[in-house]
Design a protein around this ligand. Structure first.
Ligand code: EPU
Length: 301
C-alpha cells in the first residue's frame, strides 16, 4: 500500500526568514507539504475544519502587514521542486513544479537551447509565484510561455487549466485563488549565445535597481502611460523613510528595509507615497506586491 508522506510542521517561525522584505514577527505555524497528495489531504482537512491559511511561495513579492501571523502558512516542499523536458526532443516543452526557483527554470531552458524566459534573469522567487503574478520585464512576461497549469482549489479539488482557460494581464492572472502546483511551459528553440545576449540586455536594464537590500522588488504597478518609479522620483521621495522603511535611493519604486523596518513602517511608507502621488498628480497607485493582513485571511469554502 502506498503511504502519503505527512506535511512537516514548524511552530513559532521567525517571520523575517519567510519574505525578502524581511520584516520581523512570528508565524504561529508553517506547514510544508512534501507532495501533491499530502497537499490535497492538508487543504481538505483545513477546509473541513474552516481553518484559514496563507499560501506562501518564494516570499519575494509578499509583505506581511502584522507581526503576529495566527493562520497557518502553507508552503510547497521538495516534491514541487523539479524541472524536466517533455514531448519531442527540442520541441520546447518543459514541465516544472511550482516551487522551483525561477532562476533554475531559466538556467535549464538555456542548457536546452530554449528561448523566451530571458526577462527573468535576476528575478528572485518561485516559478509558481511568477505564473500567478505574471512576473515580467519590459513588455515580456511569464504568461507568454505558459501552456497548462495544474493545481488545487483552496479546498483541495484538483484543477487543470489549458492555454484557453488562462488569462494573463500586466502583473496579474486568473490564478490568484488557486494553489498552483505544476506548470507546463512552451518555449522557442534558440542558440545559447543568442539567449545569453538577451539575458545580458535584461540584466543591463535592471542595473539601476537596488541590489543586496531587503526589498520586495517594485512595490507599485506602473500606471497606464507612466512609471511609478518616475512619478515617485519626480516628487523627490528617493531616500524618504518611515522608521526603517525607505524609498530606495537607487530606484524609487523599490521600498527597502534598512534593517529593522516593522510591518507598520512599511505599510505607513506605502500609504504616504501613495498619498503624495495622489495629491500632486491625481494618480492612484496600485500595489504590485501582495500585502497580507493575517487578521483578515479566510478559510476555504
Ligand atoms: N525612473 C526614474 N526614477 C526612478 C526609477 C525609474 O525616473 O527612481 C524612470 C526611468 O528612468 C525610466 C522609467 O522610470 O524612464 C521606468 O523605469 P525602469 O526602466 O526602471 O522600469 P520600471 O517600469 O520602473 C519595470 C518593472 C520591473 C522590471 C523592470 C525591468 C513594473 C512595476 N516594474 O520597472 O519589475 O524589473 O521594468 O526593466 O512593471 C518587479 O516586478 O518587482 C520589478 C522590479
Amino acid at each position: 500500500m502506498m503511504t502519503i508522506p505527512t506535511p512537516s510542521r514548524a511552530e513559532n517561525v521567525d517571520l523575517s526568514t519567510l519574505t525578502t522584505m524581511a520584516t520581523p514577527g512570528v508565524a504561529r505555524l508553517v506547514i510544508t507539504a512534501p507532495d501533491s497528495d499530502s497537499l490535497q489531504g492538508l487543504l481538505r482537512d483545513l477546509a473541513r475544519e474552516h481553518e484559514p491559511f496563507i499560501l506562501l511561495g518564494g516570499g519575494s513579492n509578499t509583505i506581511f502587514t502584522r507581526r503576529e501571523v495566527q493562520p497557518a502558512i502553507i508552503r510547497l516542499g521538495e516534491g514541487f521542486d523539479f524541472i524536466e523536458s517533455i514531448g519531442e526532443p527540442r520541441g520546447g516543452r518543459l514541465r516544472t513544479g511550482a516551487a522551483t526557483n525561477l532562476t533554475t527554470v531559466l538556467q535549464f531552458a538555456l542548457r536546452q537551447g530554449l528561448m523566451g524566459l530571458e526577462w527573468a534573469v535576476g528575478i528572485p522567487g518561485t516559478v509558481g509565484g511568477a505564473v500567478v503574478g505574471n512576473a515580467g520585464a519590459r513588455g515580456e512576461a511569464m504568461g507568454d510561455s505558459v501552456e497548462r497549469v495544474l493545481g488545487l482549489t483552496r479546498a483541495g479539488e484538483p484543477v487543470c487549466l489549458e492555454r484557453g482557460d488562462l488569462h494573463f494581464e500586466y502583473r496579474d492572472s486568473n490564478l490568484r485563488d488557486l494553489v498552483v502546483t505544476e506548470i507546463e511551459l512552451r518555449l522557442e528553440p534558440g542558440e545559447p549565445d543568442a539567449i545569453r545576449a538577451r539575458m545580458a540586455e535584461f540584466r543591463a536594464a535592471r542595473r539601476g535597481q537596488p541590489y543586496g537590500d531587503h526589498s520586495s522588488g517594485c512595490v507599485f504597478r506602473n500606471p497606464s502611460g507612466d512609471f511609478a518609479g518616475r512619478l515617485i522620483d519626480e516628487l523627490g521621495l528617493k531616500g524618504f523613510a518611515v522608521g526603517e522603511a525607505r524609498v530606495s535611493p537607487a530606484h524609487a519604486n523599490f521600498l527597502i528595509n534598512d534593517g529593522d523596518a516593522t510591518p507598520e513602517d512599511v505599510v505607513a511608507l506605502i500609504e504616504q507615497v501613495r498619498q503624495r502621488v495622489r495629491e500632486s498628480r491625481g494618480i492612484e497607485l496600485r500595489t504590485e506586491v501582495i500585502l497580507v493582513d493575517p487578521d483578515t485571511v479566510e478559510a476555504a469554502s
